[in-house]
Design a protein around this ligand. Sequence first.
Ligand SMILES: Cc1cc2nc3c(=O)[nH]c(=O)nc-3n(C[C@H](O)[C@H](O)[C@H](O)COP(=O)(O)OP(=O)(O)OC[C@H]3O[C@@H](n4cnc5c(N)ncnc54)[C@H](O)[C@@H]3O)c2cc1C
Length: 278
Amino acid sequence: MKPAPFSYERPRDLDAALSMLAASGSSAKIIAGGQSLGPMLNLRLVQPELIVDISGLAELKRAEVSDGELVIGALVTHADIEDGRTTDVTRGAMRAVAANIAYRAVRNRGTIGGSLSHADPAADWISALAALGARVALRSLAGARMMAIEAFVLGALESALQTGEIVEAIHVPPRAASAHWGYAKSCRKTGEFAHAIGAVLIDPVAASARVVIGAIDTTPIVVTDAAELFGGRIAADYKQRFDIGVANGLLAKAGIDDAAQRHIHVSVLKRAVLEAAA
Ligand SMILES: Cc1cc2nc3c(=O)[nH]c(=O)nc-3n(C[C@H](O)[C@H](O)[C@H](O)COP(=O)(O)OP(=O)(O)OC[C@H]3O[C@@H](n4cnc5c(N)ncnc54)[C@H](O)[C@@H]3O)c2cc1C
């Protein structure tokens, strides 16, 4: 199929883009890398009157360290991160996640901001960035606001973005030298969307852990203080203390009724824990 007819604008800067979005209201759609929006247009799942192409906005392509955090523009591509063209404050975590998104052709065009905005529960950045404790910076003509990734993703293909608002950047805190990282996913075929994701950031020295169970059809389960998954405390022996019963309970509480599905998610999360401890 081909898209329904639409008007097309390519603003010269961010202010112009925001003005276009404000003037057009909900009849406009942003396009960045087009890797998710393109198929949706072709299938006529979305039929905007106006497409605002932000792919030329230099302001959104920057990545820099500011106040110790990596501020990564919405238009930075998965390939930019994979190839190390952005500073890596996560000591390899983000590079490894980027390298395993889809295929290289998708990574060349797909953007980190587009991935978050699309809010596909199976997408990698939603789970990985939530585990890393990242925040998302939003901008509209009304001003700027910032929120944690887990507050930004409201459901399947549903985010906190309001009409006229754009994802401007993602703020990623540095990963402490003592913090262990594990990321695992299960895909039917290499390069396909995951049907289970486990992401863990565990710091036995600081006795803290963030754990995410992703690709569960709705918002990922984000446990910001995950001691309960490790017998009540985070210590050097966390690998032995990982409690699959607690993980299973979290999934049941999130409405995953199918025991086989819960088993897959728990197994993938366990892989992430083992990877962190390796
Ligand atoms: C074959 C295939 C396999 C894939 N596999 C994976 C995978 O394994 N893991 C994974 O994570 N992803 C996967 N993807 C998705 C890919 O990562 C996309 O890059 C990503 O989902 C969307 O990024 P984009 O820049 O292409 O956004 P677009 O397609 O341009 O836009 C997506 C949505 O976000 C909105 N949007 C875009 N940018 C902004 C912004 N800055 N502010 C506000 N709204 C914005 C658009 O309006 C649209 O609604 C796959 C895609 C394909 C085609």
